[in-house]
Write a protein that binds this ligand. Sequence first.
Ligand SMILES: CC(=O)N[C@H](C=O)[C@@H](O)[C@H](O)[C@H](O)COP(=O)(O)O
Length: 242
Amino acid sequence: MKENQQAMVDQLKGGLIVSCQAKKEDPIFLPGIISAFAESAIWGGAVGLRLNTPESIREVRPLTKLPIIGLWKQDSEGSDVFITPTMEAVRAVLEAGADIIAVDATDRYAASGKKAFEIIPQIKGEYPDVLILADIRNAEEARHALQLGAHIVAPTLYRFGDNPKSIDSPDFEMLANIVRATDGLGHVFMEGKINTPEEAIQSLYLGAHAVVVGSAITRPHLTTLSFTRKMNKYDKKMPLRY
Ligand SMILES: CC(=O)N[C@H](C=O)[C@@H](O)[C@H](O)[C@H](O)COP(=O)(O)O
């Protein structure tokens, strides 16, 4: 890893990265909401931010020098790959001011007909100085992504694997397996359904370099649901993708 890349990764060590995203259908999808989330995260001591869409990145970039992990979710016909699935999306995210590019690096087909992980060497060819965060589903994909040249992996997509243990709580055994399988190859961030500070600490204990939290902080309807679901004796089922 280059010196400036290492410095940025070091800056994130042991810290909380807040994913500030809102879906169009969310009640809180209002003008300025992403900046408000970002400012709140900064006030609260986050070491970095994870932002979806070039628009959100452009909005938040002037507010902070903290590392921004950028992505662009795009649904495409005939493919389940949706996190920054094309080089056009990568370019737009980086031009908007992201420091780290997050991409789907799973062993699944993108709409282009190529495997999702094939985007890693393409990014390295065009942006040799940019840090690449590979969003993957399991230890095998994590190892492969780092071997291809990604710098960081996160099990962001663990819920989209075969028979996920849970779709609304983190898979710590998977995290431990990823840490073991990638020893010496790169860094592991924990991401996906971290709902409490204790779970964040547990992730660090298991070897995560940093922890990304989204829904528990920035999607109040889901935070509400986490209370009501338990208070209603788990009567409500949570949908897979939200
Ligand atoms: C799977 C997917 O689309 N993940 C997205 C990736 O950017 C976001 O919707 C999540 O909020 C983020 O990964 C943080 O995870 P959680 O919200 O579980 O703390």
